[in-house]
Design a protein around this ligand. Structure first.
Ligand SMILES: [Zn+2]
Length: 101
């Protein structure tokens, strides 16, 4: 027997939950802001709570920087606007949903 998706109850081969999640995702905003001690952080806002932990892990790895997340906001150390965008696209987020500011 194939594995069953815990969310929709369909076999994993035909389940589209994870695809839908990414498609209906609201706008992801990417911007920089000043953090403590005059440092700059890149903020990624709008990734859903079910994906944010993995997204943070991937971004830290792909950009080789430190970072944390809280609620729907990821904070990465340093300035990485364009790198974050291409990393998110590689992870499967739609380019049109990513807003650079
Ligand atoms: Zn499903």
């Amino acid at each position: 027997m194939s594995e069953i998706c815990p969310r929709c109850g369909l076999p994993k081969e035909i389940c589209v939950c994870s695809v839908l999640d990414k498609e209906v995702a609201t706008k992801i905003r990417v911007f920089t802001q000043k953090a403590k001690f005059n440092k700059v952080v890149t903020v990624v806002d709008g990734i859903g709570s079910d994906q944010i932990e993995e997204a943070t892990k991937n971004l830290k790895k792909m950009l080789a920087c430190g970072g944390t997340y809280k609620d729907s906001t990821i904070e990465l150390q340093g300035k990485h606007i364009n790198e974050v965008k291409s990393a998110l696209v590689k992870m499967g987020f739609k380019e049109d949903n990513i807003d650079l500011q």
